[in-house]
Write a protein that binds this ligand. Structure first.
Ligand SMILES: Cc1cc2nc3c(=O)[nH]c(=O)nc-3n(C[C@H](O)[C@H](O)[C@H](O)COP(=O)(O)OP(=O)(O)OC[C@H]3O[C@@H](n4cnc5c(N)ncnc54)[C@H](O)[C@@H]3O)c2cc1C
Length: 470
């Protein structure tokens, strides 16, 4: 067993870990980065990038099939070549992974350790059985993995998670998707558009992370028009029959059905990779999921010299948050014990379904009751959206009654990835609805729909204010 002394040990060479390592080195400290699995990051290998590549192919197929209303006729039928689709997904994915690998390759060899790290104490880690690392401070950046409910395990190799989908050489004939969260919704709709028979089953009505009941209901109707989706599914039995998965369920029309699928894609959530870290050997206080209590401004866990960043802390499992948290953790690990709060940005989530979903600022479910108004636009009659035949969706914007401050928004609709950014920037700038309405709106654009919602919020705020005064 080798012993290695360093200022900072970073566990995990994903997005958060690499950002932490770079910040620690930029602060002039010695740092080692320990990776147990393949290099390349979850985002590039099996997350953000391959999923968006699959969605891009699906959107191309969908657009090709929906030209008629414009008077544009495509001769013959649109066919999807599953092998070519997966070939491009993997080729382009490998290109993105290649850039990450190049970055890792360029790190000094003495700063990289390969193997799984476990805590022996707060500042001592054992890497597999070959190295003991003694560090001044430690950054946990171990990411997350799919959480698979026990009963699915009986499906053997017919059970797949996102990683497996991006390893396919061609598209299967049918897939049952469990979990219409962000990943299940994105992959389920993309596969359906690529000609795969898809059924999406959820529990308790949740859909794409939307917390506003009206927006969620709008999303449910829109997706149900296109593919089989039951967010409140009553699945009676899931079993393996030969090389297939047989599912018995009560369908949306209340009839009992029995159907077979090539695969069950389980996207029922992700769990932070903290369970095999030996955290019981540290002084950290753990919550029910085994995640240490930590400060979101400094990323410090408890009052220790341990920091935790990215999906591992289960706070905001998104790429840009992992990068920010990693940098803050690395900077503070280098400054320890003289910590500084890092920049935390306004909350922004995007689901790359079609229409897209954007979630900005304070979620509807966490708004202070009685203190806010909701402004609304239905995209059904929105000019620019109708021009493009993308006139489906609903946007809700939330404003504080007293101050007029813009608090957040939830939407499903056209250009949500872009409108979501405008709105997140407004939240971060702490703008009021009045100030937002002072900004330019071009014509004809989808953002005019946003203006309608903001004007609606403003009118409701005035009414609510008048009611309060009366
Ligand atoms: C299908 C899918 C689509 C997604 N799409 C988006 C999107 O569009 N936009 C977005 O913002 N986010 C998206 N995400 C989320 C995003 O990918 C993650 O939030 C981000 O990659 C997390 O980065 P990380 O550094 O925390 O973890 P990772 O990149 O997973 O890095 C963790 C690393 O730690 C290593 N490790 C674990 N345990 C140990 C140990 N004990 N010792 C040593 N090494 C260890 C792992 O091998 C891994 O390499 C998506 C995720 C998935 C799965």
């Amino acid at each position: 067993m080798k012993t290695l002394h360093t200022d900072i040990a970073v566990v995990g060479a994903g997005t958060a870990g690499l950002a932490a390592y770079r910040a620690a080195r930029a602060a002039g400290k010695r740092a080692v980065i320990i990776e147990g699995g393949p290099y390349g990051t979850t985002c590039a290998r099996v997350g953000c990038m391959p999923s968006k590549l699959l969605i891009a192919a699906a959107e191309a197929a969908h657009a090709a099939r929906h030209t008629e209303p414009f008077g544009v006729h495509v001769a013959g039928t649109v066919s999807v070549d599953g092998t070519a689709v997966m070939d491009r997904v993997k080729r382009e994915r490998d290109r993105f992974v290649g850039f990450v690998l190049q970055g890792v390759e360029n790190l000094p060899a003495e700063d990289k350790l390969h193997g799984y790290a476990r805590f022996v104490s707060n500042t001592v880690l054992r890497v597999d059985d070959h190295t003991e690392v003694h560090a001044g401070s430690v950054v946990i950046a171990t990411g997350s993995r799919p959480a698979i409910p026990g009963p699915f395990l009986d499906l053997g190799d017919r059970l797949v998670v996102n990683d497996d989908v991006f390893a396919w050489d061609t598209l299967p004939a049918s897939v049952a998707v469990f979990g219409p969260g962000v990943i299940g919704l994105e992959l389920g709709q993309a596969l359906a558009r690529l000609g795969v028979k898809v059924r999406v089953f959820g529990v308790s009505g949740s859909l794409g992370g939307i917390s506003d009941p009206a927006v969620r209901q709008a999303a449910r109707r829109i997706f149900q028009d296109e593919f089989y989706l039951d967010p409140d599914a009553r699945v009676l039995e899931t079993k393996r029959v030969g090389d297939e998965v047989e599912i018995r369920y009560i369908a949306l029309d209340n009839t009992e059905r029995r159907e077979r699928f090539a695969y069950a894609l389980v996207a029922t959530g992700r769990r932070p990779n903290v369970d095999k870290l030996g955290l019981e050997n540290t002084t950290l206080e753990l919550d029910a999921r085994g995640v240490p209590a930590f400060d979101r401004q400094t990323m410090r866990a408890g009052d220790s010299a341990i920091f935790i960043a990215g999906d591992a802390n289960a706070d905001a499992p998104l790429l840009h948050e992992a990068a920010d948290e990693g940098r803050i953790a690395g900077e503070n690990a280098a400054r320890y014990p003289d910590l500084q709060p890092g920049l935390r940005r306004a909350s922004l989530g995007v689901v790359f379904s079609d229409p897209q979903i954007a979630l900005v600022g304070t979620p509807h479910a966490r708004l202070p009751s009685g203190q806010f108004v909701t402004g609304e636009v239905d995209f059904g009659d929105q000019g620019r959206s109708r021009v493009m035949l993308k006139n489906r969706g609903l946007l809700h914007v939330y404003a504080e009654i007293g101050s007029g401050r813009f608090l957040g928004a939830e939407m499903i609709g056209p250009s949500a990835e872009h409108i979501g950014h405008l709105l997140a920037w407004a939240v971060q700038q702490q703008l009021t609805i009045d100030q937002m309405l002072e900004m330019p709106f071009y014509h004809p654009v989808v953002e005019e729909g946003l203006r309608t919602a903001l004007r609606d919020a403003q009118a409701r705020r005035v009414q609510a204010g008048a009611r309060r005064a009366a």
